[in-house]
Design a protein around this ligand. Structure first.
Ligand code: PAF
Length: 281
């Protein structure tokens, strides 16, 4: 695996490969890699000649400075995992490489309603920061295919919109959420949970399954009340529990039994904010 730290060196490398007819798959990450990330590398390897992964903890997408400070950094273990998975290029830029003019020049992306609901509502500015960095990374890597995880359901929708409005000519592949044996969605933030919090964390998965099992039997208002109770009984502070249209994320109040819907949860276990989602139909 080649490790590259500069944008121009990366572009030179990728241009050479593309001029030689190679297809490029790209997996952007913030490190603290787990099997969910590795499944994205595996998918990219199966569908492209060359797989590029980036590790960059992007300051502009953290609306909470404490969350940024505490974001787990495990770079040596990450490099080992990427080597083992057969990654071809690791792009490992510094903050000054990605933001040479500092953080003042902030572009604004017209993301529409998607930016004002759920994650957008509870993490103001988060998706603008995500678009800012993913746009820079895509311009640097120029991949044919982009791989992201379905755990960040709304993020995938936002990136699809970014690709459209900026005409980026890359295809987004959304891959299923990987779960621990007991069902907890894999997440870099799980590393921050203590034993007690880790046990409680499973409640999110239990609630999603409860919603899936009861969606045909109970009203949505009742299900949302029950879900919030289940979470608070297990020491969670929910930001939201939502049952929403799978394509727009607009909340659904009465389900007709046909519409494609998804349940989405964001909740704090003490300091650690976890998110997860599950298709209900
Ligand atoms: O999902 C993530 O890890 C980040 O939001 C991403 C896409 C790498 C951008 O920093």
């Amino acid at each position: 695996m080649t490790i590259i730290k500069g944008i121009s060196a990366l572009q030179e490398n990728v241009n050479f490969l593309k001029n030689n007819g190679k297809t490029i798959g790209f997996v952007p990450t913030m490190g603290a890699l787990h099997d969910g990330h590795i499944s994205l590398i595996t998918a990219s390897k199966a569908e492209n000649d060359i797989t590029v992964c980036s590790i960059f903890v992007n300051p502009t997408q953290f609306n909470d400075p404490k969350d940024f400070e505490k974001y787990p950094i495990t770079i040596e273990a990450d490099i080992e995992k990427l080597e083992l998975a057969g990654t071809n290029i690791l792009f490992l830029p510094s903050v000054t490489e990605m933001y040479p003019d500092g953080f003042d020049k902030v572009p604004h992306y017209d993301l529409g309603v998607i930016e004002t609901i759920l994650e957008g509502k509870f993490r103001p500015g988060h998706f603008q920061g995500v678009c800012q960095i993913v746009h820079k990374l895509l311009k640097a890597v120029q991949p044919h295919n982009l791989y992201m995880g379905q755990k960040d359901y709304q993020q995938c929708m936002v990136i699809n919109r970014l690709i459209q409005i900026e005409n980026l000519g890359v295809k987004l592949h959304t891959r299923p959420t990987l779960r621990e044996k007991d069902g907890l969605a894999m997440s870099s933030r799980n590393m921050r949970l203590n034993e007690e919090e880790r046990k409680n964390a499973l409640t999110i998965y239990r609630v999603l399954n409860y919603l899936k099992d009861h969606i045909e039997k109970e009203s949505i208002a009742y299900l949302l009340d029950r879900s919030n109770l289940m979470l608070t009984d297990n020491n969670f502070r929910p930001d939201y529990v939502s049952i929403a249209d799978a394509e727009t994320l607009v909340p659904v109040e009465n389900w007709d039994g046909h519409q494609k819907i998804v349940a989405l949860i964001a909740a704090y276990q003490n300091e650690v904010r976890l998110i997860d989602n599950m298709a209900l139909d």
